[in-house]
Structures are given as structure tokens and as C-alpha cells.
Design a protein around this ligand. Structure first.
Ligand code: ADP
Ligand code: MG
Length: 357
């Protein structure tokens, strides 16, 4: 079957929403390209709509980029549904005073993003509590924190691997765009507004101004400038697997994921200002994490020292993973799949490794 035919059939059987079906609640966020609200269904929806019992929804009213975001969410819900927030429906709303807007509806996943959770002094124990997977045999301390961070990293990489295997690069992977789903008790990715679908060539030209400089990899553009710009869709379909191999655009997200790993390990790097300062230091070290470590460790605060200690557990396997994600050259960064197979996530592997030392 043709992918577009399948998409069409799926749409036929999925009821649609209209503007009047929704009651807007609290504003959850406001960016340059849209406003996000909590929402619920009207008591008497004008059209036959699903999710009547679930109730809690999220609505994004987006500008012109909403079209791309709808495309990405439709793709994700068919190809890797568990990676991202549960998308319900997206449509063009023409009746707004501000002109045409795209409205996107998701299921409300929960109240906390990874960013919110990381701002708490309790992190990462607050996450452990929400996952209800207490590591009871361990007292509070580095070992237990490391295990929680491992669990979070595994979930993030799993979700990223889903996106990347689908041919989608997120390009705005950061704690603010990772939501804790209270239903599945796992982290899910949100905000596909800056994403690129390389297999079909949607949003092919990188919109560098959409990228968050705090988490962006040094190459900034996911494709080299040699890449022909904006090929027509069929050409992109034919070429993109090759381009994927050549330029490894997925490694852009891996760099961002590495910075999130870093922030989880180092409590002193969790604030925006500390991350910006870290980025400056790393740039001065030519993006060599080991060089950064050498320059910083002798005069490190106790916060920073604790981070190094955590990543040095089990023969430094955490530090090894981190340094294979945060590298200057995209081609030298590990893939999401590769990272999931890294011994950092493998308890038995850890044991073998420590016995060998
Ligand atoms: P923006 O373009 O404003 O960054 P996002 O898609 O990142 O839009 O959403 C903004 C905020 O809304 C998120 O940081 C999160 O707090 C909340 N949010 C978005 N989607 C969901 C969802 N499915 N469930 C719960 N909260 C959500
Ligand atoms: Mg966002």
C-alpha cells in the first residue's frame, strides 16, 4: 500500500474536531510561533469527537509552521507513537481574527516537563517517585541517583531512536520539550515544530532561527551546505537515505541529548546561565569534553565534583557515554541505537567491565 493511501484511510475513520468543540483552559506556554493551552471538550460538542472520557487535552494555536508540525505528528502517531505525546488532531482554523491559524490537539500527558523536574532540589528523586519505581535496596546517594538518571536517559534515547528510525530529526531536543507522561510513567517528546522529515523532504531547509542555541550542536545546520537545497519531494525521497548516511543529521539531536545527560549529572549546570557558560568553556576547549574536564576539575566546586564522581562510577562508563555523545564532529557521535547498546545501560555489562579492571 501507498503510505498516503494508508494515511487517508486512517483519517477517514478518525473523527475530527471543530473550534467550538473545545473549551480553553490555562495557558501552558507561549513561543514565537504559537500559544499552547490546556483544553477540554465542550459539554455538547458540535461534531462527533473521540476521547470524550479522557477529557484533558492540550491545544496549540500555531502560525504558518503549524502545518509542518501537524505533518510530523501525523507521521509519528503512525510510525513511533510511543516516542511522542499522543496526538489527537490538527486542522486549519480560518475563523480567527488573526487570520489563518493551525490548531493542534494532543492528549494532556501531565503537568511536568523534564525542565520543571530538573529545577527541583529533589531531582532526580522526584522523578523516581513519579515513576513509582523505588530503588529500595540503595540508600540515597550517587549510586541511586545514577540509576535514576540511567532510566531517564534510556527513555530519552528510546524515544529519539523511534523518531530517527522514522526519518525525523527533532532539532529542538531540550528538557522543556520532554514531558513526563503520567499515564505511561515515562518521558515523551513534544514540540515537533522545528523537526525535519528527511525521507519525504518536509521542512528540508533547516530553519536555523528555530533552533535553541543552548542545546544546538556546533554544526547548527543539520545538512552540510553542499546539500542541494529544497529538492522536490520525490527527489528527496530518492536521495535522503544516502544523505542520512553522509551527513548523519540525527546526530544533531544526540548532541542535545548529551547536554541533557550532562545537566542531569551536574546539578551546577542545570540553570540556563550555567549551561550558557558551560557552552562557552567547551567552545574554548574546541568541543573536547576531556579537555574541558582537565581545565575545570582542579578548581571545581563540590557540585561539579559530584557530577564527575557520578559519571566515574563503574569504571567511568557514564563519562564514556557522555563523551561519545558530545563531540564536535557529528560523524563521531554515537547514534541513539548505539547509545542504547552502550554498557552504561547494561548491568551485566557493568559487572563484566568492573571484573576486567
Ligand atoms: P512551544 O512552541 O511553546 O515551545 P510546546 O509544544 O513545547 O510549544 O508546548 C509548550 C508547553 O506546553 C510545554 O513546555 C509543556 O509544558 C506543555 N505541553 C505541551 N504539550 C503537552 C502535552 N501533550 N501534555 C501536557 N503538557 C504539554
Ligand atoms: Mg517547546
Amino acid at each position: 500500500f501507498d503510505m498516503f493511501f494508508l494515511a487517508f484511510v486512517e483519517r477517514l475513520f478518525r473523527p475530527t474536531f471543530k473550534k467550538d468543540d473545545l473549551v480553553l483552559g490555562k495557558k501552558l506556554g507561549e513561543g514565537a510561533f504559537g500559544v499552547v493551552y490546556r483544553a477540554s471538550l465542550a459539554k455538547k460538542p458540535s461534531s462527533k469527537v473521540p476521547y470524550q472520557k479522557e477529557g484533558d487535552l492540550v491545544l496549540k494555536k500555531a502560525t504558518e509552521y503549524g502545518a509542518v508540525e501537524i505533518w510530523m505528528n501525523e507521521r509519528v502517531r503512525r510510525a513511533c507513537a510511543n516516542s511522542c505525546a499522543d496526538f489527537v488532531h490538527g486542522f486549519l482554523e480560518n475563523s480567527s481574527k488573526k487570520g489563518a491559524e493551525y490548531w493542534l490537539i494532543w492528549r494532556y500527558e501531565g503537568e511536568a516537563t523534564l525542565y520543571d523536574l530538573m529545577q527541583s532540589k529533589e531531582f532526580p528523586y522526584n522523578v523516581e517517585t513519579m515513576m513509582l519505581r523505588e530503588v529500595q535496596d540503595l540508600p540515597r546517594g550517587l549510586e541511586r541517583e545514577n540509576r535514576i538518571i540511567q532510566t531517564i536517559m534510556r527513555q530519552l534515547l528510546f524515544a529519539l531512536d523511534g523518531l530517527h528510525s522514522t526519518g525525523i530529526v527533532h532539532r529542538d531536543f531540550k528538557p522543556q520539550n520532554i514531558i513526563f507522561s503520567e499515564g505511561s510513567r515515562t518521558f515523551k517528546i513534544i514540540d515537533l515544530g522545528a523537526a525535519a522529515d528527511l525521507r519525504v523532504g518536509i521542512n528540508y531547509i533547516p530553519k536555523e532561527f528555530l533552533l535553541d542555541p543552548r542545546y544546538a550542536a556546533p554544526e547548527q545546520y543539520i545538512m552540510s551546505t553542499q546539500t542541494p537545497s529544497a529538492p522536490s519531494a520525490p527527489v528527496a525521497t530518492a536521495l535522503s537515505p544516502v544523505l542520512w548516511q553522509m551527513n548523519l543529521p540525527d546526530r544533531f539531536d544526540i548532541y542535545s541529548a548529551g547536554l541533557i545527560f550532562l545537566q542531569m549529572a551536574f546539578s551546577g549546570l542545570r540553570s540556563d546561565s550555567a549551561l550558557i557558560q558551560f557552552n562557552r568553556q567547551l567552545k574554548r576547549c574546541n568541543f573536547d569534553l576531556n579537555a574541558w574536564r582537565k581545565s575545570i576539575e582542579p578548581r571545581a566546586s563540590s557540585d561539579l565534583r559530584k557530577g564527575f564522581e557520578l559519571l566515574d562510577l563503574d569504571g567511568g562508563i557514564g563519562w564514556e557515554l557522555l563523551t561519545s555523545m558530545v563531540r564536535y564532529k557529528a560523524g563521531q557521535r554515537i547514534s541513539a541505537k548505539g547509545a542504547l547498546a552502550h554498557p552504561y545501560f547494561d548491568r551485566e555489562g557493568l559487572l563484566v567491565l568492573s571484573l576486567m579492571q
